[in-house]
Design a protein around this ligand. Structure first.
Ligand SMILES: [Fe+2]
Length: 338
């Protein structure tokens, strides 16, 4: 048996920061957890790195046991644990990769839950699912359409696609704050395949899709977006990993309606509850420490006269914060998969 390849940033990582970003301000959008809305495609993994990811996500084990089809996409791979796809998990937990994605996003990020690491969308060609099983492990260049006329027709169709009619994935917001979409196919000759973003003032902006080994980072929970049809490629495999802010005090608007139809109930409920409890535990601990710090700063003199001392808890602001935590807990409960 082949020895597993260990993720090595010196061999598999080729990060270069995005040359361009579209800011939330340029999209006329408020909210969000970073000033950056979406990045231009930027290099993340080498071909060797992409090949190792493909080796795992095209393995029999993943295709047999960890694939699902839904209204969102005909064929998706997801929820594979670390022992089934060790390289995938090593990539998305590597400090170097997290640093790169965080720098591009403008905010420090961590993966949302283990089961969302390395979700895969396989675009099916004429041969359907069986064709995926015969897909080569290394990303092969795909030949362009035979005629310039065919390319022109594809270009006209792609130009006309603004995400509102017949498209690849219609307008939606993602379940989680940030997403990194990494291209695992050689799409040099692809026409279309952009992401359409709806701006706060009603415009539609198209963001270019990445080529093999490159990725885009997007604030998908806070931007309404659509995935446009891609022409002139048969194989198109993307890896989608979802993130939240590492700082537990930063807003986390995650919800699960789009996740339920593609997930296994007990696995999701366990990981979802665990992540929410750990995040809240961190939050409450930070707030408790802050209260103790304020009390200590007042010194022992503060309550010497027995009247109760200075105000430490501002009831208005603490009440508002507690309401937010109650809402977060309520969301944790209402998003259970039953
Ligand atoms: Fe999306």
């Amino acid at each position: 048996m082949r020895a597993p390849v260990v993720f090595d940033p010196a061999v598999h990582l080729c990060y270069q920061p995005p040359e361009k970003v579209i800011t939330m301000q340029e999209l006329a959008l408020d909210g969000g957890i970073s000033p950056i809305g979406v990045t231009a495609p930027f290099p993340l993994l080498t071909r060797e790195g992409v090949t190792e990811l493909r080796r795992e996500i095209l393995s029999e084990d993943v295709l047999d046991r960890y694939t699902v089809s839904s209204y969102i996409s005909a064929f998706q791979g997801r929820e594979f644990p670390k022992d089934v796809a060790p390289f995938v998990h090593a990539v998305w937990s590597s400090p170097e990769v997290l640093r790169a994605v965080s720098e591009a996003a403008g905010v420090e990020l961590v993966p949302i839950m283990d089961l969302e690491v390395g979700h895969v969308n396989y675009q099916l060609g004429n041969e359907g699912r069986e064709g995926v099983r015969r897909t080569s492990i290394s990303p092969e260049p795909q030949s362009p359409s035979e005629t310039p006329e065919a390319r022109q027709v594809a270009q006209a169709l792609a130009d006309a696609d603004n995400g509102e009619g017949d498209t690849n994935v219609c307008f939606h917001r993602d379940a989680y704050p940030f997403v990194c979409v990494l291209m695992l196919s050689d799409c040099e000759n692809m026409i279309g395949g952009e992401t359409a973003l709806r701006t706060g003032d009603g415009r539609i902006v198209k963001a270019r899709g990445p080529n093999v080994g490159s990725c885009v980072v997007m604030q998908g929970r806070h931007i309404e977006h659509a995935a446009l049809k891609a022409y002139n490629v048969s194989e198109r495999i993307t890896m989608v990993t979802s993130f939240r802010a590492k700082d537990p005090m930063i807003h986390d608007g995650s919800v699960l309606p789009s996740i339920h139809p593609i997930s296994k109930k007990h696995r999701l409920n366990y990981q979802w509850t665990l992540y929410r409890m750990k995040l809240l535990a961190e939050r409450f601990s930070i707030v408790a420490q802050e209260l103790e710090r304020k009390k200590a700063l007042l010194g022992e003199e503060d309550d010497r006269d027995g009247t109760g001392g200075s105000e430490i808890v501002n009831v208005d602001s603490m009440s508002k914060w507690l309401d937010e935590q109650a809402a977060y807990l309520m969301t944790t409960r209402t998003e259970f998969m039953v």
